[in-house]
Design a protein around this ligand. Structure first.
Ligand SMILES: [Zn+2]
Length: 300
């Protein structure tokens, strides 16, 4: 989830197939909006789709894979106030463990990743990612003075860069989500997930060696860090995760802490336009994603 001042989900129909280059992972987009609303809005629909596809392409050229990633996307009125609103909500729709070739046993993997590792669609007939964007942002009463900016040049002025929001939400959809139960500290359905296995409390130890009670306490400790070796190598150390007290549903743990500098794509609140997947890339490598070798667009 990204809100401003934030960004999540679980999830007809226009249909698009994208294949930018030989290295890009194929992506199928299903727009779920009605005939004249959301991505099909008579005024904004075309520019919304153009910006969405642009952000999808940025991810697709980076991620290596052969199994089409199916994304369901739509705009819905998610509300908000003149000063704060949820911008979008997204996530992967299902998980898989102990499949052939799984890098770690007894561990949940997001379906979009499990598909690439196995080289076959493990959940045929179902979309992999669901994403919802807040149509109220484009109305006067929500985020006064700011609407979504649907250009692709990272120059939104005082508006909110939609490409950035889509990049962020797709980061969740591809796997940047904690599945730890926020009321008990338990793993999802009795097994750790590959995202959670990257997390450690400093001091306190790794999430995958904790009791449920210890993990529950960690969620609101402000002491949670990503320990995966690719992130540590890229960043020069562990990166702090967002772990405020009280727990913020949809935001806690599933984002980097906003205190990180420079700002990162997967922080809980919108801070400005970016077209870089920055530290999400090594984090995804830690989880088992492969990348195409195409350079990221940002120096950071
Ligand atoms: Zn988010």
């Amino acid at each position: 989830m990204m809100t401003t001042v934030r960004r999540h989900a679980l999830g007809a129909v226009a249909f698009l197939l994208f294949a930018a280059s030989a290295a890009a992972v194929p992506v199928t987009i299903n727009y779920l909006d009605g005939a004249s609303e959301g991505f099909n809005d008579p005024t904004l629909g075309t520019s919304r789709k153009t910006a969405f596809q642009y952000a999808v392409n940025l991810w697709a050229t980076q991620v290596h894979g052969t199994v089409p990633i199916v994304i369901e996307a739509q705009f819905n009125p998610l509300g908000g106030t003149p000063s704060a609103a949820t911008l979008g909500v997204a996530g992967f729709n299902s998980v898989l463990r102990d499949f052939t070739g799984a890098p770690v046993s007894g561990t949940w993997f997001p379906m979009p990743l499990a598909n690439q590792i196995t080289g076959a669609d493990q959940d045929p007939g179902n979309a992999d990612i669901s994403a919802i964007f807040n149509s109220d942002v484009d109305t006067p009463g929500v985020l006064s003075g700011a609407d979504f900016y649907y250009g692709t040049d990272s120059n939104p002025g005082s508006n909110i860069d939609f490409v950035t929001v889509v990049l962020h939400e797709l980061g969740h959809g591809l796997g940047f989500v904690s599945l730890v139960d926020s009321s008990t500290g338990a793993w999802f359905s009795g097994f750790p997930d590959i995202f959670g296995r990257q997390l450690t409390r400093v001091p306190g130890g790794d999430f995958d060696t904790m009791t449920n009670a210890q993990r529950l306490a960690a969620l609101t400790s402000g002491q949670v860090y990503w320990k995966g070796p690719n992130v540590v190598a890229a960043h020069g150390g562990q990166i702090q995760m967002f772990a405020p007290n009280p727990y913020q549903s949809g935001s806690s743990i599933s984002h980097w802490d906003p205190s990180n500098f420079p700002n990162l794509l997967m922080e809980p609140s919108y801070w400005g336009a970016t077209q870089s997947i920055d530290r999400t890339k090594p984090a995804f490598k830690d989880m088992g994603w492969s990348f195409s070798g195409v350079a990221d667009w940002s120096m950071y």
